[in-house]
Design a protein around this ligand. Structure first.
Ligand code: NAD
Length: 316
């Protein structure tokens, strides 16, 4: 962390960015929050609106509309700028358009002298994180994507309902692309202290493999469902970003399935950013936790990895 006062710059004050900002204010996760958007009028309006809530919060956060020079002494730059998914559109289809957006953002952040941590939420998030890494020239540990953090939260919520246990005690992860090829490595899923596979074996009338598959599918298609119902998704991801920012500021060593650059895990090359459990602290993506996947799960992970690599290479 570069400064005593915890400073975050948010680039992209749309629905996702402002859901993060609203959570950040309510949870008082930083001391300074700067809002930047192509639509300056909107960013100014959002700063005013949030400031008017300060009197009702427990925070004395400084919130203001700014520009890229404000990144120079920021600890974290959160990027939520870009185009969002339309009904029926895959996250990968967003890629070309959002690449152009990032070309207009990342070099300007770097030119300010910024030396903190990039946290990317824009979709397709794994590839946008890799693009941020490439455009910034930063150390990979300092470039993090939200990856499948939200999907993992969705999974835990649904498993909590199914096994009737607090989601915080469901240790299960969604890994791979934040998108259609993501999957749940059930061999690694644990209900508090009991492996989920043991639960299926012990209570075959109550817990079934088909139900787990249904839950995994529900997680994978949740975004499509929400987009169909209300146009876009933002509260969940806003809170996920907030949670990761807190882990960075508090040097927590907390584990999230963020999008991180592999360091040879699973015998794979290093370039790809992909969702995998990772220890996050004030240095960013500190340690990647390689899971002991079954052969079938490893195949799925590799398939997801290939999709992300091919999509990145398809950028013109
Ligand atoms: P939005 O349209 O509400 O907001 C996007 C904002 O980006 C707009 O305010 C726009 O003016 C701004 N912007 C566009 N180009 C810019 C530029 N060059 N410089 C600065 N600002 C620019 O969209 P949203 O609903 O907030 O979604 C934002 C992104 O988050 C999308 O890519 C969406 O798919 C993604 N998303 C990610 C997750 C996740 O789990 N990672 C979940 C939901 C949404």
């Amino acid at each position: 962390m570069s400064s005593i006062s915890r400073k975050v710059v948010l680039v992209g004050t749309g629905m996702v960015g402002m859901s993060f900002a609203y959570s950040a204010l309510n949870q008082s996760i930083c001391d300074e929050l700067v809002l930047i958007d192509l639509n300056e009028v909107r960013a100014k309006g959002e700063a005013m609106d949030l400031n008017h809530g300060l009197a009702f919060s427990n925070s004395s956060m400084k919130i203001y509309f700014g520009d890229y020079s404000d990144c120079s002494n920021a600890d974290i730059v959160v990027i939520c700028a870009g185009v969002n998914q339309k009904e029926g559109e895959t996250r990968l289809q967003l890629l070309q358009r959002n690449y152009k957006v990032f070309e207009a953002i990342v070099p300007r952040v770097v030119s300010s002298g910024f030396e903190g941590i990039f946290l990317v939420a824009t979709n397709p998030v794994d590839i946008m994180t890799r693009i941020t890494y490439e455009l910034s020239g930063f150390n990979a540990a300092k470039v993090i994507g939200t990856g499948t953090t939200l999907d993992t939260a969705r999974l835990r919520y649904l498993l909590g309902e199914y096994f009737e246990i607090d989601p915080r005690h469901m240790h299960a992860y969604v890994i791979g692309e934040h998108g259609d090829s993501e999957f749940v490595p059930w061999s690694q899923a644990i209900m508090a202290v009991k492996p989920v596979y043991d639960m299926l074996e012990k209570y075959p009338d109550r817990y079934k493999r088909e139900d787990l598959d249904r839950i995994a599918n529900e997680v994978r298609t949740a975004a499509y469902e929400i987009i169909k119902a209300k146009g876009s998704t933002y509260y969940g991801i806003g809170m996920a970003i907030c949670r990761i920012v807190r882990a960075i500021f508090h040097n927590e060593n907390s584990v999230f399935t963020t999008s991180v650059r592999l360091r040879g895990e699973y015998g794979l090359r290093k370039e790809v950013f992909i969702g995998n459990p990772c220890i996050i602290n004030s240095n960013g993506a500190n340690r990647i936790l390689e899971l002991k996947l079954t052969d079938e799960e490893l195949e799925k992970f590799k398939a997801s990895y290939d999709i992300l690599d091919e999509s990145f290479n398809s950028i013109s």
